[in-house]
Design a protein around this ligand. Structure first.
Ligand SMILES: Cc1ncc(COP(=O)(O)O)c(C=O)c1O
Length: 464
């Protein structure tokens, strides 16, 4: 019988996070403040604790993981690497398909990999309460879990209304871990009230929920609240790089030299970066591999959005980030992959796309569900709707390898399970889901709203 899973011991767990910013061939463009000047780290102190701001702006290649954080990550890490032999067989492909199973965390996704360090650094800094937003509920539940495990931290979550309604069990998970959760847009903030005044039936979006969470943070009169983001920012992506570092060791155990293709779905970019960035260090040093970021056709940030300066939230409270964007007023259609409904993208991921190190592709939701169902019926685990985007791309890559007669090694990030997302599967099975195509005029309208903002330089070496 051939091996299907490749495990590491706790002692093999990475001791450092990898910071791709240290190795990028072309530099990141700095975030800009309201005056159009680069943001100085001290300007971020009302929003984030200083220890995390230091990580955000760091250009050190390796950052040591504190022992107390490792002890908490050991609850489910190192996560297993699986060889999807039964999926390979069903596809009749010569490709070797591997997936890193991040669904084994208590919250069911990769998100606790950064929730634990973020909560820990906040506590170290003396913070008493953390505010955040959540799309699908994965991030909110991960932060609720982290605050519970660390203790002494209140957690408040603004949850995108469409997910709040579709996924009551995610809210209950948050409450079980002791967090409070409100549907966004809400009446609790000015940002929420403004949206409701114009669109009383708004399904919400990550951009709106971020505005609410930031506002709730900076208006706390005690000064003891900070904001926490589950994706997009440099330090968040860095915390996820334990995934790719573990995967390297596990692929070696499986007898593979390196992957030919690496695939991850992208919402804000964190699970993709977590798997791909440690391998991108090799690609930058000359290794040959294809790295694919997969997004929904209904929210095609990397494939159709320009590389521009834009706010991370709808109310324009965040600094301007140099990233691919659909415009911060863009509200994506209410697809079930709630965690992929974000108008922007991590600046680090955007820069790798500008540089040509990473290629972006987009998939419609029906094809993603079809792929997820095949995965569930062969490998057994029911994927989160977000993860199904990566799987759709994996299946295409494996079929391409079959046509070319190549024994490619395909590695992807299984970012989360879909046990809390079965409403989406229900709608799929009952034929209630449709594909959404973003019309040109709709995109042009939301991009017009950012046309007055400064333009970043799209710098690249031309090597890839
Ligand atoms: C299971 C899962 N995968 C992927 C994502 C997308 O986020 P990111 O691009 O930051 O990994 C989310 C976000 O909620 C998620 O819950």
């Amino acid at each position: 019988m051939s091996d299907v899973k490749f495990l590491l011991d706790e002692k093999d767990m990475p001791r450092q996070w990898y910071n791709l910013a240290a190795d990028l061939p072309s530099p990141l463009q700095p975030p800009l403040g309201p005056d159009g000047q680069p943001v100085r780290p001290e300007m971020l102190t009302p929003v984030f604790p200083t220890n995390l701001i230091e990580q955000e702006v760091s250009r050190e290649r390796w950052i040591t993981i504190p022992d107390e954080i490792l002890q908490l990550l050991y609850l489910w890490r190192p996560s297993p690497l699986y060889r999807a032999r039964r999926l390979e067989k069903a596809l009749g492909t010569p490709a070797h398909i591997y997936y890193k199973n991040e669904a084994v965390s208590p919250a069911g996704s990769h998100k606790p990999n950064t929730a634990i360090p973020q909560a820990w650094y906040n506590k170290q800094f003396g913070i008493k309460r953390i505010c955040t937003e959540t799309g699908a509920g994965q991030w909110g539940s991960a932060l609720a879990l982290a605050c519970a495990l660390i203790g002494g931290l209140e957690c408040k979550v603004f949850m995108v209304k469409i997910s709040f309604e579709q996924k009551p069990f995610r809210r209950l998970m948050m409450e079980t871990w002791g967090a409070s959760c409100v549907a966004s847009p809400s009446n609790q903030t000015k940002a929420g009230r403004d949206v409701l005044a114009e669109h009383p039936d708004s399904p919400g979006s990550l951009g709106i929920a971020i505005s609410e969470a930031v506002e709730a943070t900076v208006t706390d009169p005690t000064g003891q609240t900070r904001y926490s983001l589950g994706s997009v920012l440099n330090h968040v992506l860095m915390h996820q790089t334990i995934i790719g570092q573990e995967a390297k060791k596990q692929l070696a155990k499986a007898g593979e030299k390196q992957p030919d293709v690496i695939i991850g779905c992208v919402g804000g970019g964190s699970n993709f970066a977590g798997l791909a960035f440690p391998f991108l260090a090799d690609k930058i040093a000359g290794a040959k591999m294809e790295v694919l970021a997969v997004e929904p056709t209904s929210c095609p940030t990397l494939t159709r959005g320009p590389f521009a300066y834009d706010h991370g939230d709808i109310a324009g409270m965040t600094p301007l980030l140099a990233m691919h964007t659909l415009g911060h007023t863009f509200v994506p259609p209410p697809i079930h992959a709630g965690g992929l409904r974000y108008h922007g993208m991590a600046p680090l991921v955007s820069q790798t796309v500008v540089e040509g190190l990473v290629k972006a592709v987009a998939y419609p939701q029906l094809k993603c569900y079809e792929s997820a169902v095949l995965f569930a019926r062969t490998e057994g685990i029911i994927p989160a709707p977000e993860t199904s985007h990566a799987i759709a791309c994996v299946i295409d890559q494996a079929n391409q390898a079959t046509q070319e007669g190549k024994q490619k090694v395909i590695l992807f990030n299984f970012s989360g399970h879909g046990l809390m997302d079965l409403t989406g599967y229900d709608n799929y099975f009952r034929g209630k889901l449709a594909d959404h195509h973003l019309e040109e005029d709709e995109l042009a309208k939301s991009l017009k709203a950012i046309s007055h903002l400064p333009k970043p330089k799209a710098q690249k070496t031309g090597k890839w």
